[in-house]
Design a protein. Structure first.
Length: 549
């Protein structure tokens, strides 16, 4: 299929563009295979380049012989284009709908994108499991890197290489995979170098109504425990939901079969509930017609902040078990690809200062989301403006980033990256010129040959000029464990995402720039002070102590 077949009217003159907090622009609208472009001959007017993949839904309105198209984007932006001519308006709308809902992955923009920057570092090779394992080897010899899944036959959603206990062979892993939902047997997520405790992740065991047992699974999980130590299994489902799963062949670990482990159930909602919550939240944020009390009521009714609290609370529990109680942890829900990853990745941010650096956070996203099999293609297919029937869409990754932002806001000096870096990752997860977030798992990315055919987001981010843009000027490395507050008054609405297009950011931007200038000036003064101290010390060495009158 050619893109030209889908573009009924490639160009329209005299289109008027309406954008929040920006002046009206009249110009020429052009449709290409991947972009909606509006340019004007007016001086100092910024062109609009909008990826079709970023369009969530459109609405059409007609007045007389002219029409308007309201474009609702996955990044929560809403723009309006007034188009002269009924036929032109209908043609443009039809073309946008077709181009923004392409089913063929091979027609997506990352396969056509050619970078305009010099690729200094190939991001596809920046965070390989082999390199991460070298760091682990320097701390302990109790683990090994297994290639049991090198052809993705044991587990479709796992990467080719996984870290498992050294005493567990590959045949055992294959047997355990048949006992876990989707073949997601327990693998290492995090090693706490302070005390040697670990965090594992998996999917639910397939115990069923008959209480099926798997000795190999018990052996694998117990192999992570040190002599005399106990562990905690954190199940991200309520006990009622876990019980219901047994009727469908799933279930949970019976403590009689895992006597060294204590099971804890924590409630983190599943993807369908989260998607409805996002839709209600965005509706509330876009509704400017009600009083503050009504607005706050709608905000609360969305339950978004409740989900943030649930996830952070569970992550704090996992971190507490590891750091304060000296116990190892296994985290799972049903599939092990959503709430499980939220908990394991947030717990690492709490425990490990390296995850709070820019590169460390990239490595965390690679390890705990991309390589761990979070289905980005499915979850991020549509955003908050979806009108059709949901097919597994959910803001799971956005909720994780929201939780990270909450911790960053409470510990503003402990993170090397700024809020803008989190917003960037959210945007590219939903629509991007890079191939990083394409596909649902490592097997998908290998099949699509993404490393050979697309550019990695990290190749762009890790250039010096971009790293500088996303660096937090307040950053001071903090090796301590950080414990975020989950009290309701401590958790705020992430305005940088949800109110980004509803209020001008001019004053915030100016305040941020002023803060950065003050910090830079303070560094210059500190450098001068240190220089003067060295000069004074040198003079005292040469002439003896200076006498004060």
């Amino acid at each position: 299929m050619e893109f030209a077949e889908l573009i009924k009217t490639p160009r329209v003159d005299g289109v008027v563009l309406h954008r929040p907090f920006m002046p009206l622009v009249e110009g020429t609208l052009c449709l290409t295979g991947h972009h909606l472009i509006l340019s004007s001959r007016q001086d100092n007017t910024e062109e609009l380049w909008l990826l079709h993949a970023n369009i969530d839904a459109i609405e059409k309105r007609f007045v007389g012989s002219s029409g308007s198209i309201i474009v609702k984007c996955k990044d929560l932006r809403t723009i309006q284009m007034d188009i002269p001519g009924m036929e032109e308006c209908l043609n443009v709308a039809s073309s946008i709908e077709a181009l923004s809902t392409l089913d063929s992955v091979s027609l997506k923009y990352p396969f056509f994108y050619r970078p305009m920057f010099e690729v200094i570092e190939d991001g596809w090779n920046s965070f390989l499991p082999e390199e991460a394992f070298k760091d682990l080897e320097s701390m302990t010899d109790e683990w090994r890197l297994s290639d049991v899944n090198n052809d993705f036959s044991v587990c479709q959603s796992y990467p080719p290489l996984v870290t498992v206990p050294k005493d567990v062979d590959d045949d055992t892993l294959r047997k355990v995979a048949t006992f876990r939902h989707g073949g997601r047997f327990p693998v290492l997520s995090y090693y706490h170098k302070k005390n040697g405790m670990v965090m594992m992740r998996a999917s639910q065991p397939l115990t069923g109504t008959n209480g099926r047992r798997c000795k190999e699974d018990e052996k694998l999980i117990n192999a992570t425990l040190r002599a005399g130590k106990r562990g905690y299994i954190i199940d991200t489902r309520t006990i009622a939901v876990a019980q219901q799963a047994k009727a469908r062949g799933g279930g949970f670990e019976l403590e009689s079969n895992y006597p060294q482990w204590r099971r804890i159930h924590k409630t983190i909602e599943r993807h369908s509930v989260l998607q409805e919550s996002l839709i209600k939240l965005v509706e509330a944020c876009n509704d400017q017609s009600h009083s503050m009390d009504r607005w706050l009521s709608k905000l609360e009714a969305s339950s978004w902040q409740s989900h943030v609290k649930e996830i952070l609370t569970t992550a704090c529990l996992a971190a507490q078990c590891i750091d304060r109680e000296g116990a190892s942890v296994l985290v799972h829900g049903t599939e092990g690809t959503d709430s499980t990853l939220q908990v394991t990745s947030l717990a690492q941010i709490i425990l490990d200062q390296s995850c709070r650096t820019i590169r460390g956070f990239q490595a965390l996203v690679e390890r705990e989301w991309l390589q761990a099999g979070h289905p980005f293609r499915q979850r991020c297919a549509q955003s908050a403006h979806s009108n059709g029937k949901l097919r597994g869409e959910a803001p799971v990754f956005l909720l994780f980033l929201d939780c990270v932002w909450q911790i960053l806001r409470q510990f503003p000096c402990s993170f090397q990256f700024s809020e803008g870096f989190l917003v960037l990752l959210w945007e590219h997860a939903y629509a991007s010129q890079f191939g990083t977030f394409m596909g649902n798992c490592a097997a998908d990315r290998a099949k699509l040959k993404l490393p050979q055919k697309t550019v990695s987001l990290w190749s762009w981010v890790n250039r010096p000029e971009e790293l500088e843009r996303f660096t937090n000027p307040l950053y001071e490395p903090n090796s301590l464990v950080i414990w975020p507050s989950v009290a309701p008054q401590s958790l705020l609405l992430w305005e940088g995402v949800f109110l980004r297009w509803n209020r001008s950011s001019k004053w915030l931007d100016e305040a941020y720039e002023e803060m950065a200038h003050i910090i830079e000036y303070n560094k210059e003064l500190q450098t001068k002070v240190n220089s003067l101290r060295r000069q004074l010390a040198q003079l005292e060495t040469e002439d003896g102590p200076l006498q004060t009158p």
